[in-house]
Design a protein around this ligand. Sequence first.
Ligand code: NAD
Length: 493
Amino acid sequence: MPHYTLLIGGEHVDTSESYDVVSPGNGEVIATVAKGGVEHVDLAVAAAERAFKESGWRETPAHVRADVVEKAVEQIGARAAEISELSARENGTPIRLAGGLSVGFPIMHMQYFAGLARTFVADRPAYANGSVTGIIRNEPIGVVAGIIPWNFPLLLAVWKAVPAILAGNSIVLKVDEKTPSTAFVLAEILSDCGLPAGVLNIITGDGETVGGHLTAHPRVRKISFTGSTATGRTVMRNAAANVKQVTLELGGKGANIVLPDADLDLAVDGTLWGFLMHAGQACESGTRLFVHDSIYDSFVERLVKRASELTVGDPTDPATDIGPVMNAAQRARIESLIDSAFEEGATLEYQGKPSATAHEAGQFVPPTIFTNVTSSMRVAAEEVFGPVLSVMRFSDVDAVVEEANNTEYGLASGVWSRDIAAATEIAGRLEAGTVWINDWHSLPGPLPFGGHKQSGFGREMGPNAITAFTNEKVISIDQSGRGARAAWSLVLP
Ligand code: NAD
């Protein structure tokens, strides 16, 4: 059975305690991973700082850094089957989906980041005024901390580590102990492709103590965090200790609005994809569905019919559409929200069942659709992070926009309509970092991703993905050297 050890300064560091890595599809322990403590945070930060100062990586031209990342892309592609299998076994991602979600997306985004690095210009001339000229320089920040959850472990490791290192920084990445393997694969591949030791360090450990120590660490200059809104608040407080830069990608409660003129077949399938992809364990899931009164009955009927065609079960089986949720704790949390929907008077419109071959120790929550939901019910107000949909009816567009915005979350929303101009006008009024029109979950690298309101701030991907990991510096040059004296002469005799 694999045992993953921490990666600090290029060395594999084992610890006295370890975590079991449990497959959500069948309850088997499939690996163990070393459990880090605050001392490992200190070692990893020191290693990252040493690498930043001494490895030569920060002085390496950006296009050469891009070469390393592009070589790594080839190796990830060559190991696609292994990574997909790890994702299915460790994360419960259905194997048919894993090739795209756990390999294709990371590759596509790494290629995008490498392309950005090729055109990255660190120094830009800013002005020329008489004898004074100025340069604006984007330089690496230093030691960056990346903290990721368990739902998309390789993709999120890529979003944190790759732009950070392409900008010339070093990073300490704290991975979730439930899904550690693919970040170690990424580190191994980057190292093989020429990334100096210590530029990427990987640790695990208790979120509150290890994550807390990392985010408060005085030598860490920037935090890029993905996780829940509650933890995001703590991270922000910790970061205040030495005024670190912070990017927070937090939770969501996506509103999905279906207008009467939508292509209903596409909207039904898009809605299912929007709340069921990866068993609903995506921050950008569309879990609040608003359907126009005039199409409501037929839409719900089609939705239930299509949902009933899905196979819930073993994530390693290519016949499976929906896999398990992450673990018993997640399942219990989702089931308690399902219970609350019953208690608060929602109607269960549909609930699937695990297939006959699904393992009895698997953490299955089948697709669940509630109607007669109101926005104040817990199931419609809280982030479920599971395959549960709250369906609501509307007749007035202004009212539905207000209802859609009636949440502290603001990550993603969607509108379905054949009238693109009308849908775009509604998109403009929705409080969300991303609004999909006739689509859901597509995240092309060139488009920045992040939240409004309590879904966080700062952006990943998009044209500023690398500059987000830099500090801006102005170098102002007076060729004559007389500017300061001229200014002084205004006040000095
Ligand atoms: P979580 O906040 O509990 O944990 C996320 C990470 O933070 C883990 O690595 C954890 O160990 C660490 N952590 C926990 N406490 C910490 C602390 N006090 N200081 C520093 N680090 C700490 O989240 P989770 O339940 O594991 O993940 C699911 C959440 O992540 C959901 O809310 C989901 O919406 C969100 N998410 C957001 C995005 C996005 O891009 N916006 C993407 C994926 C997931």
